[in-house]
Design a protein around this ligand. Structure first.
Ligand code: SF4
Ligand code: SF4
Ligand code: SF4
Length: 302
């Protein structure tokens, strides 16, 4: 029984290792001052081809909430499930949130009498460093590492013996409330609520995260059938409707269970492969890259 249990988590262990490696890479990129516009373009561009692989395997915030889940499992506390209706509503709400962020940024830009007359180069520079465009980098906040190569107030939550600590979105909160005295209480409330919600619900933040929203929007371009190279595939004849995939999915995606067969194309799926490693029927679920099977479900019940 223990062997079965270990086998059923081998992708989860690999994913954890990959997430940690990317966290170190992202920290290094932060130390050398990686161009944020370039980073945004790479993330959104890649999503067109590999779906939300970023969310499942790379995003540091995803790693933090997965570690919180690991802690919950170790403490043998059961997670809670959102109702299907609420879960779907949250996923739809993410489009509204994205629209509000992007339209507010451009509204602020056009309401500013100076900015629209800037030359193109200055425009791009402003996109990077100054409000209102800086707020577009809310989309990059999940990449914030817990230890920062900067000192407060430039994004760090607090400093302890020369080491700066942060948390996703705290940098943006610090920028928004700089000098108001509100940074610490707002950041503290945000971090506490986020950690508590992540302890209770699997990948809670990811259900309406602004970056997940934007990645999901890019994912909509899956209408270009040639573009997505990486996707889940279900073989209808092998599915017994056991419901395991539905139960184990962290963001409660139902399509794998409900769909009759073929490509799973929902933008709610972050390609974590938990459903594939847990589906107990040989070849029923597969991860395909450009038509080649990279990983598939195994008959681990025998
Ligand atoms: S939804 Fe947001 S927080 Fe979750 S993994 Fe994706 S980018 Fe990270
Ligand atoms: S776990 Fe596999 S067999 Fe069970 S319902 Fe999901 S796809 Fe079908
Ligand atoms: S459907 Fe499967 S691969 Fe997608 S998020 Fe859920 S468990 Fe992960």
């Amino acid at each position: 029984m223990r062997i079965l249990k270990d086998r059923s988590r081998r992708v989860s262990h690999l994913r954890l290792a990959v997430q940690v490696v990317f966290l170190l890479v992202i920290y290094e990129l932060a130390t050398i001052g990686m161009d944020k516009i370039l980073l945004l373009l790479v993330i959104f561009g890649a999503t067109l081809f590999i779906g939300r692989f970023f969310c499942g395997w790379i995003c540091p915030f995803g790693l933090y909430v997965d570690l919180i889940t690991l802690l919950r499992r170790t403490l043998r506390v059961r997670h809670r499930i959102l109702s299907e209706r609420l879960n779907r509503s949250l996923h739809k709400l993410r489009y509204v949130i994205a629209l509000v962020i992007v339209s507010s940024v451009f509204l602020l830009f056009y309401m500013n009498p100076v900015l629209p007359s800037q030359a193109f180069f200055e425009f791009v520079m402003r996109l990077q460093f100054y409000p209102p465009f800086r707020y577009l980098f809310l989309f990059l906040s999940p990449l914030e590492t817990l230890i920062l190569p900067f000192a407060p107030p430039f994004g760090a939550f607090f400093e302890l013996q020369g080491v700066s600590f942060s948390f996703p979105y705290v940098g943006e909160i610090a920028a928004l409330f700089y000098g108001s005295g509100l940074t610490f209480p707002i950041a503290f409330t945000f971090v506490s609520l986020t950690v508590a919600a992540s302890f209770t619900f699997r990948r809670f933040w990811c259900r309406f995260c602004p970056t997940g929203i934007s990645l999901a929007i890019v994912n909509r371009f899956r209408g270009f059938r040639w573009a997505p190279l990486l996707h889940l595939y279900k073989v209808e004849e092998k599915c017994t409707k056991c419901g395991i995939c539905k139960r184990v999915c962290p963001p409660q995606v139902l399509e794998v269970y409900e769909k009759k067969g073929g490509r799973i194309e929902t933008s709610m799926c972050m390609l974590c492969l938990r459903c594939v490693e847990m589906c107990p029927y040989e070849d029923c679920l597969k991860l395909e890259l450009a038509g080649r099977t990279l990983f598939k479900s195994r008959n681990w019940l025998e």
